[in-house]
Write a protein that binds this ligand. Structure first.
Ligand SMILES: [Zn+2]
Ligand SMILES: [Zn+2]
Ligand SMILES: [Zn+2]
Ligand SMILES: [Zn+2]
Ligand SMILES: [Zn+2]
Ligand SMILES: [Zn+2]
Length: 438
């Protein structure tokens, strides 16, 4: 290696490491690729966060009144949906639905199981439920009953056990008597003069109007007086009572018809609903705005982080390549010195070989002289000495032939291969990030 060549290489490297654009090395490209992936992952996570927040906001929004389908259609659409028909505790169809104080409904079996535990928590909202008796969710129960009718599981005929004869499964309902009737009783109902004007509707043909009427005019019976309909509301006790209850403790209380009381309450509920709707839509708007702000904020932060990572990476690439180049120059210097050393060693070796050659030649001359012209006494006198000298020269010669000395300085032997000595390259990892002043 000539001096001019090694200098040229060093200068080129120096120029490259100090140039303004990051160097195009495999390392730099790898760092850049990793950066690109990191940036992509960051952007995806920001989008995901914002989208899930928007979806959550969407769930708060109520469908507008105009777009809500009629109750029966809604009913059919929601058939099988977890909200109404499946228990949130056991995911099975709700049987004897019970209403918890938090307004969630679970099945009778789940209520029993949960109530036996030390801490009774609602399976939906995890609210602590105080011990006590729980009311049946009549609305859900009647929806379930109605659903069964619509899908053809009408159940028993209401006349079973009351009217003699055999009764089939209930297939229709009388809107006036609110009784489920089998095929035979349906015919009888429309043919009997007293009930001839009644609307007997087949279960499968129940429409939204029938459905709403049946739901709203659903009757409930007094728990104290068998067969008595709860059709009176006592304002003093805030209780629904039957006509027989009225004779007793509620006699002097302010009582009205249950329909009248319900109409007033419906108005109040509607008002509350409207208020809630306003609250919900206001909350949705606020949430959407907050989400936009969050997205903007996160995107701004993201680009700032990207810039920061970029500049740090560029700096690292610069620093690292500068460090590598410094190391390369250092190595070139060491190798240059080594070359000079090798040259002088080679010269020395050549001189040794020359001296050896001269010694061998003169020994050969002497030996041949004694062999050809020496007397017996002279041969006997010099023979031992000559042989010893010859052995010495042979040993010296084989030592000079061994050329392992050539690589001894910079390389060492590992499993038969010559590799650079560790101390030549070992320090490259230690000064990977030298201080800017170094
Ligand atoms: Zn359950
Ligand atoms: Zn709950
Ligand atoms: Zn009837
Ligand atoms: Zn019947
Ligand atoms: Zn009663
Ligand atoms: Zn009362």
């Amino acid at each position: 290696m000539s001096d001019s060549k090694s200098d040229g290489t060093s200068n080129n490297l120096l120029e490259r490491s100090d140039s303004l654009t990051p160097p195009e090395t495999p390392l730099a490209n790898r760092v850049r690729n990793q950066l690109r992936n990191l940036r992509k992952a960051l952007r995806e996570s920001v989008n995901e966060t914002c989208n899930s927040a928007m979806n959550a906001a969407g769930k708060f929004r109520r469908p507008s009144r105009e777009s809500s389908p009629n109750p029966l259609q809604n009913f059919r659409q929601r058939a099988g949906s977890k909200d109404i028909f499946n228990c949130p505790g056991c995911s099975k169809p709700l049987a004897q639905p019970k209403l918890l104080p938090c307004a969630h409904t679970i099945c009778h079996q789940c209520l029993k199981t949960l109530a036996e535990q030390t801490e009774f928590k609602c399976p939906v909202c995890k609210m602590n439920v105080p011990p006590g008796s729980f009311e049946e969710n009549h609305i859900v129960q009647s929806l379930l009953d109605m659903y069964k009718k619509v899908i053809g599981e009408g159940g028993q005929c209401s006349n079973e056990g009351l009217v003699t004869g055999t009764h089939g499964t209930a297939v229709s309902i009388c809107l006036q008597c609110r009784e489920d009737l089998c095929d035979q009783c349906s015919q009888h109902h429309t043919q009997t003069s007293i009930t001839a004007s009644h609307d007997v509707i087949q279960h499968s043909k129940l429409n939204a109007g029938h459905f709403r009427a049946l739901q709203r005019e659903r009757r409930m019976f007094c728990t104290f007086h068998k067969g008595k309909v709860l059709d009176i509301f006592c304002r003093n006790c805030k209780e629904c009572v039957c006509s027989q209850c009225l004779v007793g403790e509620h006699q002097k209380h302010e009582c009205t018809s249950i329909e009248e009381a319900a109409e007033i309450e419906r108005g109040k509920i509607k008002e509350a609903l409207l208020l809630e709707e306003t609250n919900v839509s206001e909350a949705s708007v606020a949430l959407a705005r907050a989400n936009d702000d969050l997205k903007k904020e996160m995107t701004t932060n993201l680009s700032q982080v990207e810039q920061m990572v970029d500049s740090v990476a560029d700096e690292l690439i610069h620093t690292f390549s500068r460090s590598v180049n410094n190391k390369r120059r250092e190595l070139l210097f060491v190798i240059n010195n080594f070359e000079k050393e090798q040259k002088s060693l080679l010269k020395k070796h050549k001189n040794s070989l020359l001296a050896h050659h001269t010694a061998v030649k003169s020994m050969q001359d002497l030996t041949s002289l004694i062999y050809q012209h020496g007397s017996a006494v002279e041969i006997m006198k010099h023979s031992e000495n000559l042989q010893q000298k010859a052995t010495e020269l042979r040993d010296q010669g084989s030592q000079l032939k061994d050329e392992t000395w050539r690589r001894k300085v910079l390389f060492c032997q590992v499993e038969g291969e010559y590799v650079p000595k560790p101390n030549l390259i070992g320090s490259i990892t230690q000064d990977k990030y030298p201080s800017p002043n170094s």
